[in-house]
Design a protein around this ligand. Structure first.
Ligand code: SAH
Length: 245
């Protein structure tokens, strides 16, 4: 019988893929893979597996969600097992929930294989723990992508004094930082942005909230990056300390 899996590929470093993900990939006849996934992960797929790339990067042309689901259904109905490989964790800003619902609506059970999400791994890669007894009682994962009615309530988030970990936050960083400052978040709040975390090209910036936007622009940090705002960001390694020989 054909099987369907939603698999988290982790943040980038292929060694951060779970054993279960690697073992399951080897069972798939078809692998549908997102842009953010490190292609090295595909070494665990079978040599004869069909690999389908589906773009999903913010701002760029991406394969419509309905088309991705339709492709999966076609293969499954033809008796082929399908692995849907997503960056990080499939259920954290990965639209994995939507794909699960669509497959379930078609009567297909989908197995979920968790991955290490960028919101934890990217801060960790520069020495930032997302919680720390001296700094934050909790952590909030939030998308910076929403605007208008989908905009997060930054004032409410600032009032929690918890670590803010922002996915897809780079394009609207200016607006987000403005909203937090207007909400009364102290201008000296530590911040960090980590680009391409756990990959060889990883870079990061640390700065206070008031200088953050300018420093990120100076360093020309872009996507994919995780933004961390809160006391824990003060634990980030100095940028120079991370330079590779
Ligand atoms: N499901 C993924 C998130 C998908 S949303 C996960 O759990 O990690 C895409 C966003 O994730 C990017 O815009 C960026 O904010 C973040 N991201 C993914 N991989 C990253 C990486 N290696 N370094 C920094 N940010 C990353």
């Amino acid at each position: 019988m054909s099987r369907a899996w939603l698999i988290g590929a982790g943040p980038g470093d292929v060694e951060l893929l779970t054993l279960k993900a690697a073992r399951t990939l080897a069972l798939a006849d078809v692998v549908l893979v997102d842009d953010l996934v490190n292609p090295e992960v595909l070494q665990f797929a079978r040599g004869d597996a069909q690999i389908v790339h589906v773009g999903k990067r913010g701002g760029q042309q991406s394969t419509p969600q309905s088309e991705i689901v339709a492709t999966m259904l076609d293969h499954l109905r033809a008796g082929r097992s399908v692995a849907r490989l997503k960056g990080g964790d499939p259920f954290v800003f990965g639209r994995g929930g939507e794909e699960q619902q669509a497959l379930q609506a078609a009567g297909i059970h989908v197995e979920i294989i968790s991955g290490i999400t960028a919101g934890i791994a990217a801060p960790a890669a520069v020495g930032i723990p997302v919680t720390h007894r001296d700094h934050a009682q909790g952590v909030i994962f939030v998308t910076g992508h929403g605007a208008g009615e989908h905009e997060a309530d930054w004032r409410a988030l600032a009032a929690t004094h918890m670590t803010l970990v922002i996915y897809m936050g780079m394009r609207r960083l200016n607006e987000i930082v403005d909203a937090l400052l207007r909400a009364g978040m102290p201008p000296d709040t530590p911040c960090a942005a980590i680009e391409s975390a756990t990959r060889p090209e990883q870079r990061h910036v640390r700065a206070t909230l008031s200088e953050f936007v300018q420093r990120v622009a100076q360093a020309q940090l872009g996507s994919p990056s995780i933004v961390v705002i809160g006391g824990v960001a003060s634990l980030a390694a100095p940028v120079d300390a991370m330079l590779k020989p």
